[in-house]
Design a protein around this ligand. Structure first.
Ligand code: G3P
Length: 217
């Protein structure tokens, strides 16, 4: 399972990149807005810092504009995957960009039928938003299970990128189902690293080591 970081914060990306944990990055206009800096600068920095796939999202809503904007975004780096929304124009742009060898991530997926249409339009990734489904009382993980089953039935090459992840248990469940990618907010990746028994155990090892050193004097 690949691990992407879901952020436009360069410091957070650098922190986890230096640990060697990142297979890629996903961003969206809201994440860029949160940083309050020039979005072009941020997108270029991210694309050059990480060698894996970096999803950058178009804000155009019409087919021709999406293709033009997506092509420009891809010019920021060979690793740039163009994110388009799950709309009729988005799917048409997905088909065109994919045939031009520009990989596409179809975002804002909330049903298995949407995922099938995106896969048939040539998407490299589909991004089902599981947390937002959980928020309205649906079972986001059940959607992941269904999409994986359908893609397996037909040998689609499209990868399931589990998005809108809220907590570490979402990651375990996605991995158990065999999802191809999870994209994580930095705080979820931080929580995955931690366990209180690790901290307690380390403290006790170091304290015993100090006592041993004293006893040898
Ligand atoms: O990658 C999409 C993701 O950022 C959406 O997450 O938490 O805004 O639902 P959220």
């Amino acid at each position: 399972m690949k691990i992407f970081l879901d952020t436009a914060n360069i410091d957070e990306i650098r922190r986890f990149h230096n640990m060697g944990l990142l297979d890629g990055i996903t961003t969206n206009p809201s994440l860029l807005f949160r940083e309050g800096q020039n979005p072009d600068y941020i997108m270029e920095e991210i694309a050059s810092m990480v060698s894996g796939d970096v999803s950058l999202e178009v804000v155009a809503t019409k087919y021709e504009e999406m293709v033009r904007e997506g092509t420009e975004l891809h010019d920021k780096g060979n690793n740039v995957v163009v994110k388009v929304p799950m709309t009729p124009d988005g799917l048409r742009a997905c088909r065109t960009l994919s045939s031009n060898n520009i990989p596409v991530n179809v975002t804002l997926i909330f049903s298995a039928n949407q995922a099938v249409l995106a896969a048939k339009s040539g998407a490299k990734y589909v991004s089902p938003f599981i947390g937002r489904l959980d928020d309205i009382g649906h079972d986001g993980m059940d959607l992941i299970r269904t999409i994986l089953e359908i893609f397996g039935n037909y040998d689609f090459d499209t990868q399931v990128l589990v998005a809108s992840i809220r907590h570490p248990l979402h990651v375990v469940e996605a991995a158990r189902l065999g999802a191809h990618v999870v994209t994580l907010p930095p705080q979820v990746l931080d929580k995955m690293l931690k366990h209180p028994l690790t901290d307690i155990g380390l403290k006790s090892f170091l304290s015993d080591w100090r006592l041993l050193q004293k006893s040898q004097k």
